[in-house]
Write a protein of this length. Structure first.
Length: 559
């Protein structure tokens, strides 16, 4: 086993004894053959009824703004989630409440016959059973009872226990360290540690071969002295939608890469090609199954990480509206050693690349709903020393996700004035390609190598935006001393002049500023010895050449 998995979880009780355990329907009893963790679990019997089993005389524990994990097992038919098939019990000695967390229709995080039920105490379920006192008076800072509950919808057979509870914890998730370049860590090792009956963390599991589900934070590397070398590919990792009401800004889920005095190497996927052309294959797909409900952020901004190498990765739904940027990479000097190649950010909040080298990435369908001063936010924050090339910004459209009444979403946000160069950055179907959010000044964009920004929005008082996206149409084969005029095409008639010369050489360059859509023009060519020409065409998003063939004018006489 290459990796070391440490639980960022605090045990409440491991159900290895019945001391201080109680039930509102039956006396708890030990069972040493069905346990999920350790050597025993506690059980009781239900028959066409609801019942709860819980540990008393705790702490008290401060369970504010945390997640509580409880393993439950039903050996009898139970009700739906709406009926309170599975429940988590919290009590402060006077007020004891059984919150509905799952049921026969939504069993949750299963392992064999066991399920790990979870609640977010910052946003508790609105459906519950009152065991004692009042739910509105429950003091989460002084919890003395924690447990589980069920509602059985069948009659018990025999005089045996049919509902069970095992280890209970509260906290965030798992921290992964260890591994070497010769023996790197992998997802299968993390899951093996979680599934082991010695641990039974209830954070990550196998859904099918190569597909994994998680319901807690996953942290790779540590801020201490531990070293980490993690490398995997061809995996799908899904944040499951089991944690009730995990929409609180105080308890978001987090995927993180940290480093300390040891070394941290985190690598996913396989690189293809090199340099500015590099993409990736066999990458890892991370997916938030409900990004508008489960808040999820990606944090990889530690100044102490040696290598973060992501090839062909797809990050879907890393979205936490309470954070300015939902996806963070290193703004420090070590960022220049990291690499993102062929990475797709899909339905995420705003991404900050820091100084990480990013090539051939895609930023699409940003979900961030609260940008600068209430405007729809941008998919990417343009920061100091950014190193981004050959990437796309697609369908960043606020209205299509959140409804009417907003100002729109953007591809790139520029929070500072100045002159910046785009290299191979393409834009399509955004509300606005750019957002200029500086309080003053001018933003100048020099679009090069196929970059095509066109639309922009000034959201905070900046003076102006100047997009310099010069393209050239070269007329070739001209007769020397030809007069060339280029006009905007206004309904088939010549409008304002945009280029021209009184006397050409054999070529003439029409230089124009391309701002996202083709420019219809009329080109007029005169020469005393040749027939007048009038050409109708459109100036496009790339440099081009157009050969001109001029026919001699036989009837022209110039005495």
């Amino acid at each position: 086993m290459a990796v070391t998995v440490t639980a960022d979880l605090t045990p409440i009780d491991d159900a290895e004894a019945t001391t201080n355990w109680t039930s509102d329907t039956d006396s708890p009893a030990q069972n040493t053959s069905l346990q999920r963790e350790g050597n025993a679990c506690n059980g009781f019997q239900l028959s066409n009824e609801a019942g709860h089993i819980y540990r008393q005389n705790l702490g008290p524990l401060d369970l504010r703004n945390t997640r509580v994990y409880v393993w439950l097992r039903a050996g009898i038919a139970i009700g739906t989630k709406a009926q309170g098939g599975y429940r988590i019990v919290l009590g402060d000695g006077t007020n004891i409440i059984g919150y509905y967390t799952g049921g026969s229709n939504e069993p949750g995080f299963t392992f064999g016959a066991w399920v790990c039920q979870v609640i977010d105490t910052a946003n508790l379920p609105t459906a519950f059973a009152t065991i004692a006192g009042s739910e509105t008076n429950l003091n989460l800072a002084q919890i003395t009872e924690v447990g589980g509950g069920f509602i059985a919808v069948a009659k018990a057979v025999g005089n045996v226990d049919n509902c069970f509870i095992d280890i209970m914890r509260y906290g965030k998730g798992l921290v992964v360290t260890g591994g070497t370049s010769g023996d790197p860590g992998a997802f299968t090792e993390i899951i093996a540690e979680d599934e082991d009956s010695t641990n039974a963390y209830g954070i990550i599991r196998t859904l099918e071969a190569g597909v994994y589900g998680f319901q807690g934070d996953l942290t790779f590397g540590a801020t201490g002295s531990s070293s980490t070398y993690f490398r995997d590919d061809d995996a799908v990792v899904v944040l499951e939608n089991h944690v009730h009401a995990s929409g609180s800004s105080t308890t978001p889920f987090q995927l993180a890469v940290y480093g300390g005095s040891g070394t941290t190497h985190f690598e996913l996927g396989i690189p293809v090609a090199s340099g500015d052309d590099q993409i990736g294959r066999n990458g890892v797909l991370w997916r938030n199954s409900n990004p508008l409900f489960n808040r999820l952020s990606w944090v990889a901004d530690s100044p102490h990480v040696e290598d973060i190498l992501l090839y062909g990765m797809n990050l879907i739904g890393a979205y936490d509206p309470a954070k300015p940027e939902s996806v963070l990479f290193s703004p420090f000097a070590n960022g220049a050693d990291h690499r993102l190649s062929g990475v797709i950010f899909d339905r995420c909040g705003q991404v900050s690349l820091g100084q990480v080298v990013a090539r051939n990435c895609t930023f699409q369908s940003t979900l961030q709903g609260t940008g600068t001063l209430g405007y729809g936010a941008s998919a990417l924050l343009w920061a100091d020393n950014i190193d981004l090339k050959n990437s796309s910004f697609i369908a960043n459209q606020f209205e299509s996700i959140f409804g009417e009444g907003v100002s729109g979403s953007h591809g790139i946000e520029h929070p500072a004035s100045g002159t910046f160069q785009y290299v191979g950055l393409t834009f399509a179907s955004n509300d606005y390609d750019l957002e200029f959010s500086a309080p003053t000044g001018t933003l100048t964009i020099q679009a090069t190598q196929g970059s095509n920004p066109g639309t922009y929005q000034i959201t905070r008082g900046g003076v102006s935006v100047d997009i310099q996206n010069n393209k050239t149409l070269t007329l070739t084969g001209l007769q020397t001393d030809s007069e060339v005029r280029v006009y905007n095409n206004v309904g088939g008639e010549a409008g304002s002049a945009i280029a021209g010369t009184e006397s050409s050489g054999t070529t003439f360059d029409i230089v124009y500023n391309y701002l996202g859509s083709d420019i219809p023009v009329i080109i007029v060519i005169h020469h005393l010895d040749y027939i007048y020409q009038r050409l109708f065409l459109s100036l496009g998003d790339s440099d081009a050449s157009l050969p001109i063939v001029q026919q001699g004018d036989r009837v022209y006489d110039n005495p």
